[in-house]
Design a binder for this molecule. Structure first.
Ligand code: R5P
Length: 312
């Protein structure tokens, strides 16, 4: 690990600490605070001249604060003569606005990519992007990881009988198909129509779910609306119980209350790409760490080894 420097902002320091532990390196000391008016103040406290720098900062809520911290950390590392800077975004926020699907709307996934590159990042390491094509929004190398192994291993160890993997919307079919294949389970799809970001109308269930245990797979859970609406639609079609496998737990608004209230939903399994607070407060939420996965990817990037080899 010669020449490596790993540090983070305030987005997910616990994950950064665990990544550093997995790598067997110390987290480079960095001050990330605020001026009295709220502007972000950063100082890298150790020499990183000529280092291969990895900045771990998911752009989770508070999204704008965390994004701005990341940009300023990249700028500080560049001006401190880092040899190469990799922005490590276990969760890439602003990703859902990834195309111009209505008149006069922005494409924030591209805007954020431009900001990260302009700040001075040479590479990006991320996980379970909302849409894989977002990789193409960067004109620098992007390594894209998947939480599928950690999530599937957990569900395989539970040995659920009569399981069917369900995509809660048509956009998630590819992801759900990969999970179904890995777990040797059947696949079903909820054909959802979204009228506005807050209002969801579930339309049809494609596939056989009657009498089965549904494992709903999604890249993220924000308000929980998509997940709970899909589970209610599946309930009407005869599922006996439901589980959820989710890469990124944004858990905004009353998501946790919705999860708690949904009696047929037994467990929501989420990675620690975003900090989820005290696990005891939400017994239905099971957190799996992706620190070893991210650490292994950082090691391989640093040593110029294959990252895709991690998934073969
Ligand atoms: C949709 O395309 C995404 O994969 C998620 O299903 C959705 O963004 C989750 O949002 P919410 O939890 O607010 O329904």
């Amino acid at each position: 690990m010669n020449g490596l420097a790993v540090f983070c902002g305030n987005a997910n320091p616990q994950l950064a600490k665990e990544i550093a532990q997995n790598l067997g390196v110390h987290l480079t000391e960095v001050f990330v605070g605020r001026f009295s008016e709220g502007e972000i103040r950063v100082q890298i406290k150790e020499n990183i001249r000529g280092r291969d720098v990895f900045i771990i900062q998911p752009t989770c809520p508070p999204v704008n604060e965390n994004l701005m911290e990341l940009l300023i950390l990249i700028d500080a590392a560049r001006r401190a003569s880092a040899d190469r800077i990799t922005a490590v975004l276990p969760y890439y926020g602003y990703a859902r606005q990834d195309r111009k699907d209505q008149p006069r709307v922005p494409v924030t996934a591209k805007l954020v990519a431009n900001l990260i590159v302009s700040a001075g990042a040479n590479r990006v390491l991320t996980m379970d992007l909302h849409a894989s094509q977002i990789q193409g929004f960067f004109d620098i190398p992007v390594d894209h990881l998947y939480a599928i192994n950690a999530l599937c291993d957990y569900f395989t160890s539970k040995n659920l009988k009569n399981a069917v993997v369900v995509s809660p919307d048509v956009g998630g079919i590819k992801m759900a198909r990969a999970y179904a294949k890995k777990m040797s389970a059947e696949l079903a799809i909820v054909d959802k129509r979204r009228d506005s970001p807050e209002k969801i109308e579930v339309m049809h269930i494609l596939g056989n779910v009657k009498g089965k245990t549904a494992i709903l797979v999604d890249d993220l859970i924000a308000t929980g609306g998509s997940m709970i609406e899909a589970i209610e639609a599946l309930r009407k079609m005869g599922i006996v119980e439901a589980y959820a496998a989710v890469s990124h737990g944004i858990l905004s608004g009353d998501a946790l209350t919705k999860i708690k209230k949904c009696d047929i939903l037994k467990e929501v399994v989420i990675t620690d790409s975003i900090p989820l607070g005290d696990p005891k407060a939400n017994p239905k939420v099971k957190v799996l760490t992706v620190a070893p996965l991210l650490a292994e990817a950082i090691k391989r990037i640093h040593n110029s080894e294959s990252v895709s080899g991690l998934f073969n």
